[in-house]
Write a protein that binds this ligand. Structure first.
Ligand SMILES: *[C@@H]1O[C@H](CO)[C@@H](O)[C@H](O)[C@H]1NC(C)=O
Ligand SMILES: *[C@@H]1O[C@H](CO)[C@@H](O)[C@H](O)[C@H]1NC(C)=O
Ligand SMILES: *[C@@H]1O[C@H](CO)[C@@H](O)[C@H](O)[C@H]1NC(C)=O
Length: 179
């Protein structure tokens, strides 16, 4: 418990680790971004949009993390786990299922040559699932999703999945543009 609290303080002060659900299979295309998330939490959606890759970005140099990808609505079923292997970001691909949620965990020193996840409890991950904060289109246009009710959230996320620029987004959502 103490260890987890210390890690959370470290995350809060030292970094902003962002999580992503991506439209294409290579961590690109239209995306949903979850800003500055803590380890062992879930960022996900129940929307039926078929995300094909997940990413973790903003990993501080020297940190050892695992990105976790889920399907079947929010962080319902853990499908992929991938380490950063010294890189500052992680991308994993689905190939034949659709991601609905993403998270990450710290990794402790290897035990018998195997990375050991720190503080991950599947139950906790599900309980803490939160919506993504932003929709980012292929051309980099961003929309703030945080103020939307469920219905409008689902609507903008669905339209945004195939939108390549702001011209593809209905007028009544344009006031949410942040970039
Ligand atoms: C997602 O769907 C499940 C099952 O239908 C439901 O229990 C849950 O409340 C939904 N979560 C959100 C955030 O809509
Ligand atoms: C993606 O996840 C799978 C399943 O956990 C894993 O076998 C694979 O190595 C990961 N791919 C990458 C690029 O990390
Ligand atoms: C995106 O476009 C593809 C191809 O036209 C279509 O099959 C799919 O249903 C669309 N997805 C969404 C979420 O609108």
């Amino acid at each position: 418990m103490k260890y987890t609290t210390a890690l959370l303080a470290l995350v809060a002060s030292a970094s902003a680790i962002d999580l992503y659900l991506h439209g294409n299979n290579d961590c690109g295309g239209s995306e949903l971004r979850c800003n500055n998330r803590n380890p062992n939490t879930c960022c996900g959606t129940n929307a039926s949009t078929p995300y094909r890759s997940v990413a973790v970005r903003g990993i501080p140099s020297g940190w050892s993390l695992q990105g976790r990808g889920y399907d079947q609505g929010n962080c319902n079923r853990l499908q992929t786990i991938s380490g950063n292997n010294g890189n500052l970001w992680i991308c994993n691909r689905s190939n034949n299922f659709f991601y609905t949620g993403v998270g990450y965990n710290f990794v402790s020193r290897k035990r018998n040559g195997v990375d050991v996840p720190v503080g991950v409890v599947a139950k906790d991950v599900k309980e803490e699932c939160q919506r993504p904060d932003a929709l980012v289109l292929e051309d980099g246009t961003e929309y703030d999703l945080t103020s939307l009710n469920e219905e409008n959230f689902d609507s903008l996320v669905t339209i945004g999945f195939n939108a390549s620029s702001s011209a593809d987004i209905p007028e009544h959502f344009q006031s949410l543009q942040i970039n």
